[in-house]
Each structure stands twice: as structure tokens, then as C-alpha cells.
Design a binder for this molecule. Structure first.
Ligand SMILES: [Zn+2]
Length: 286
């Protein structure tokens, strides 16, 4: 499933890629073969590839069309970027993501807000495109919403990712730095969900009594439903990330709100349900 409605907000997944990416024990230090054994039967084949033994992750954006706005949440990996820690994401030439956006009926010029849940490369890569020797905003008419704390940390880090995918947006006057609980209007607002990064946010949406939330990277794989304490090596503050993850799943289970995940395998969307002292994830039907 790629598309649904939350009240009168249309929500559509724009996928860049999906496939086996990380070995569980490499991504989650706690996920030893012994610890993973009881979960293989329910993770395979959707979330864990039986052939390679790797976790299957999509890289995707969510396109929202509300009565007032056309909004992108996260912008995947992008093309031509310099990603020192991950060769496979460096200097990509694959236009799949942009083609998928256009196939959804939206031209880059029509996006009026871009939200980044955080400023890791797989969430801000298409923020910019290389044109005539310079990085320029891919969405020329959009305001890019960054959480203040997230921007400050990225600026201090000053990695190639910041220089190529974030700073040019600021220099073009297209960035708006906001508090972690910023509300765009009564349909779309942010919630601070720190831990994976310092200024990580989730993006909530509501319309006609229906609720959904895009959770970014506060959780990466359904195996963390059974083990909320399993944090990926990429979390900047493991303990805080754990608290955020557990609270988020508990809040979602309690409210019954739909969750749009960044990296759970397709269809990526569903509901957290409390199960003992942990959770499970009920996917929407494909
Ligand atoms: Zn990510």
C-alpha cells in the first residue's frame, strides 16, 4: 500500500529504495544470534531477508496533501552526495525517488513545505540538487522546516551532509528554524522525540477526527517492538532514545493512532499494540 487518507489529508509513500541493508547484530549491538533466534519466524521474510540474514529497510518520504498544503516529510538519500561513512549512498545517480514523486502527480515546484524529522543523510538528501556547479534547493517554492536544536547540532558537526543538503537551503533563505513542538496549523504539527539525534521530531497529522504520526528514526525495525531497549549504534543518546521509543509506542498503542514509519518494511504503516511489557506492530494490509 502506498496511499491512504487521514481524514481529508492524502498520505502517500514516495520510495527511493527497499531491500536488505544491515545485519541485525551490526545495527543493534544487542541483537546477537541467540537473542534474534526467537524472532526469526515472525520477522522473516518481510523484515528480515532469509537469504542474506539482513534487516530489510525502505528509504522513503511521505507526501501529504492537505486542504492547504503539499508537504514532504523527509527527503531520502538523494543524488551526487558525499557520504563518507557509507559508500553505497555516495554519488548516487538513481533518479527513482524523483520519478516516484512525479508519478504521484506532484512536481518539485509544487511542494510548499519540507519537514525533516532529523538531519541524517537518508532523511535530507533530496533537500538539494546539484545544478550548474552548486547545491540548490530541489523544491524551489518550499519552506524547509528544521528543528532549531537539530540544525544547531548539524551546523556544529559541519559534515559534508550539512554542507551539501542543509546549509544551501539556509543560504537560499528557504529554511525556517522552529521549536520541536512547532505547529504548522491545526492539521500538522511536530513533537520533540530526541535520542536518535538531539533535535529529532515526529510529525503528527489530524483531520476529521483521524490521527496519524510519522515517526522518523525513533524506531527502525519491528524487532524493536519486542525489544524496545534495543537501540541502533547510530542513536546519539541510547538511554534517551529508549525512553522516547517506549513512550512513543505506548502512546500510539493507547491512542490507536496510525503510525507511518520511516524504515519498517512495506507497507511501513500500521498500529502499535501493547503485548506484555512490550509491543507488536500490526501492518496495514499491503
Ligand atoms: Zn534513517
Amino acid at each position: 500500500m502506498l496511499e491512504l487518507n487521514v481524514g481529508n489529508i492524502s498520505v502517500q509513500r514516495i520510495i527511493e529504495a527497499e531491500g536488505p541493508v544491515f545485519l541485525p547484530e551490526k545495527f543493534f549491538p544487542a541483537a546477537t544470534a541467540e537473542a534474534m533466534a526467537p524472532h526469526l519466524h515472525w520477522l522473516q521474510p518481510k523484515a528480515l531477508d532469509p537469504e542474506t540474514g539482513m534487516l530489510i529497510l525502505p528509504f522513503q518520504s511521505y507526501l501529504l496533501r492537505t486542504a492547504h498544503h503539499t508537504i514532504l516529510i523527509d527527503t531520502c538519500i538523494g543524488c551526487g552526495k558525499n557520504v563518507p561513512h557509507r559508500a553505497a549512498w555516495s554519488n548516487r545517480t538513481d533518479q527513482t525517488w524523483l520519478n516516484n514523486l512525479r508519478a504521484a502527480g506532484v512536481q518539485p515546484e509544487e511542494i510548499d513545505y519540507v519537514f525533516c524529522t532529523h538531519l541524517h543523510v537518508d532523511h535530507c538528501g533530496w533537500n538539494t540538487t546539484f545544478v550548474d556547479g552548486a547545491w540548490v534547493p530541489t523544491f524551489p517554492n518550499a519552506t524547509y522546516i528544521f528543528a532549531k536544536e537539530e540544525y544547531a547540532a548539524a551546523e556544529a558537526g559541519n559534515t559534508p551532509i550539512f554542507q551539501e543538503s542543509v546549509l544551501p537551503v539556509m543560504e537560499a533563505g528557504k529554511a525556517k528554524l522552529v521549536a520541536g513542538d512547532f505547529a504548522l496549523d491545526d492539521q500538522v504539527w511536530l513533537e520533540p522525540t530526541p535520542g536518535h539525534t538531539v533535535g529529532h521530531v515526529a510529525v503528527h497529522m489530524a483531520s476529521n477526527g483521524e490521527r496519524a504520526v510519522m515517526c522518523g528514526d525513533l524506531i527502525h525495525s519491528p524487532v524493536q517492538c519486542a525489544h524496545p531497549d534495543w537501540g541502533p549504534f547510530v542513536d546519539i543518546d541510547s538511554e534517551l532514545a529508549y525512553q522516547t521509543r517506549r513512550n512513543f509506542m505506548a502512546g500510539s498503542a493507547e491512542s490507536g493512532r496510525l503510525v507511518l514509519t520511516g524504515h519498517f518494511p512495506s507497507p511501513s504503516m500500521g498500529h502499535f499494540v501493547a503485548e506484555g511489557d512490550a509491543f507488536r506492530f500490526d501492518y496495514l494490509e499491503d
